[in-house]
Design a protein around this ligand. Structure first.
Ligand SMILES: [Mg+2]
Length: 109
């Protein structure tokens, strides 16, 4: 699956979400999507802390790599949904960022 494929799938999901939970305008959608990223980052952080045995025992007992992967995917999904609302070309900006990073650290292609 390419980034383009991912964005296409999340554009469909975004349309559904905007129908199911209609918000007044783009500002509200951007705000809601940003808050969702924060929520999902919190959930991923919780799983990471659990993986490091830095949570209470009841959480540690329920730890699984699958939970970490699910929360990682939630963060990616919520970022893609924000990108859609902000009309960001995810593939283009990531290519630009990879180029910038490689040049910054003088890496070869
Ligand atoms: Mg989650």
């Amino acid at each position: 699956m390419t980034i383009r494929d991912l964005v296409t799938e999340y554009e469909k999901i975004s349309k559904f979400l905007n129908t199911r939970w209609p918000l007044k305008n783009t500002d509200h959608k951007v705000f809601a999507r940003t808050m969702k990223i924060m929520e999902e980052l919190g959930e991923l952080s919780d799983e990471i802390l659990t993986s490091m045995n830095l949570q209470r025992n009841t959480k540690i007992e329920k730890f699984s790599q699958e939970n970490v992967e699910d929360e990682f995917a939630d963060v990616m999904a919520s970022l893609l949904l924000l990108g859609i609302e902000l009309d960001i070309d995810v593939e283009k900006v990531m290519k630009k960022k990879i180029k910038f990073t490689k040049e910054r650290f003088e890496m070869e292609d």
